[in-house]
Ligand binder design. Structure first.
Ligand code: SF4
Length: 91
C-alpha cells in the first residue's frame, strides 16, 4: 500500500478520524452484505462532508487502494472504474 499523502491527515481532523471500523471491513469476523452496505453508507455519509474528498478519491484511484471507503467511493466502485481508467491511459 502506498504511503498516505499528508493532505489526508487521517486520525486527526478528517471526518474519518477514529472511524476505522466504519471505513474498513472487520479483520476477524466475516461481514455480511447487509452489514457491509450499512457500514459503507455510514462511511460515505462522512466522506460527503469531507473537505479533502476529491483529493482523497484521486489518491485512492491512483494508488489502486483496494480495501475500504476512500474519497466517497467503495472498494466495489473503484474496482468497477479501474478497467475504464486503465483503458484511458493506454488510448
Ligand atoms: S474523503 Fe472520506 S476517507 Fe477520505 S479523508 Fe475524507 S472522510 Fe476520510
Amino acid at each position: 500500500m502506498s504511503v498516505l499523502p499528508s493532505f489526508l491527515d487521517l486520525g486527526t481532523t478528517t471526518p474519518c478520524a477514529g472511524q476505522h471500523a466504519v471505513f474498513f471491513p472487520p479483520v476477524v469476523a466475516k461481514e455480511g452484505d447487509e452489514e457491509r452496505r450499512a457500514r459503507e453508507a455510514r462511511a460515505l455519509a462522512l466522506c460527503r462532508r469531507c473537505p479533502v474528498a476529491a483529493d482523497c478519491l484521486a489518491w485512492a484511484v491512483a494508488s489502486d487502494c483496494g480495501s475500504g471507503v476512500w474519497g466517497g467511493s467503495t472498494e466495489e466502485q473503484r474496482a468497477a472504474a479501474r478497467p475504464r481508467s486503465r483503458r484511458a491511459r493506454t488510448a
